[in-house]
Design a protein around this ligand. Structure first.
Ligand SMILES: [Fe+2]
Length: 232
């Protein structure tokens, strides 16, 4: 993707290992993922954008229930240090799927109804996320951190490229609104992750591994948006 900003920009030597890892994961996706290549080449069809928006809506629609599940499991496991972060996230993430809903309405108004469906890779991502939360809800932080960092990094370029492919900017608010919000979120996410790792060193490695797994699942989703057979 072109023009990607580096969220929470710090000099390389100031970056924590987790920050460096997430940056490397996102740089790899930006350079190699098929959907981002399509966007870069200005070959992004409205139908594929509709497929992206629908699947994104389905994922984000479940965010409050993911956070609520994490609160329940963290409470059961006495992981009290996670609860303030989750409580704050729960407040921040209400109704964000409605942006994706409205985007789809705008897009279909301009380009007509597209056939959309839940992609297999999105189902796998959701299943993995659920299992991760149930296994150790602290690791939800690494997933959120990765997705928010990626959004801030590649979102602006993706929106610009989609516009050049004929998608109105008003149909991309789920991305552009998150780019704005998640700049702040990313700073907070890293601060919380660093604090947890300082108190519980085992998490330093687990956060990196979970971010890497999240990147694999999310990258597969983006690839399917780019490659799944759709009528264009
Ligand atoms: Fe959100």
């Amino acid at each position: 993707m072109v023009g990607g900003a580096q969220p929470n920009s710090q000099s390389q030597q100031d970056q924590t290992s987790l920050h460096a890892r997430v940056e490397a994961l996102c740089a790899d996706i930006e350079e190699h993922n098929a959907l981002l290549r399509l966007a870069r080449d200005r070959r992004l069809s409205p139908q594929r954008v509709a497929l992206f928006l629908y699947n994104t809506e389905q994922l984000i629609r479940r965010t409050p229930e993911h956070i609520s599940r994490a609160i329940t499991v963290a409470t059961d496991k006495r992981l009290d240090f996670l609860l303030p972060y989750l409580a704050h996230s729960a407040k921040e993430e209400v109704d964000h799927h409605k942006w994706a809903e409205r985007d789809q309405t705008v897009l279909s108004g301009v380009h007509g109804e597209a056939t959309v469906f839940l992609l297999p890779a999105m189902k796998r991502l959701m299943q993995w996320l659920q299992a991760t939360i149930d296994g150790d809800p602290v690791l939800l932080l690494a997933y959120i951190l990765f997705v928010e960092y990626l959004t801030v990094r590649v979102g602006p370029g993706f929106v610009a490229a989609a516009q050049e492919s004929g998608v109105p900017v008003q149909a991309l608010t789920v991305i552009s609104n998150h780019v704005t919000l998640d700049k702040d979120h990313v700073r907070g996410d890293f601060a919380v992750a660093d604090k947890i790792s300082a108190s519980y060193p085992r998490y330093a490695k687990s956060f990196e591994e979970t971010a890497a797994t999240a990147a694999e699942f999310y990258s597969c989703f983006l690839t399917e948006v780019a490659t799944f057979p759709v009528q264009e």
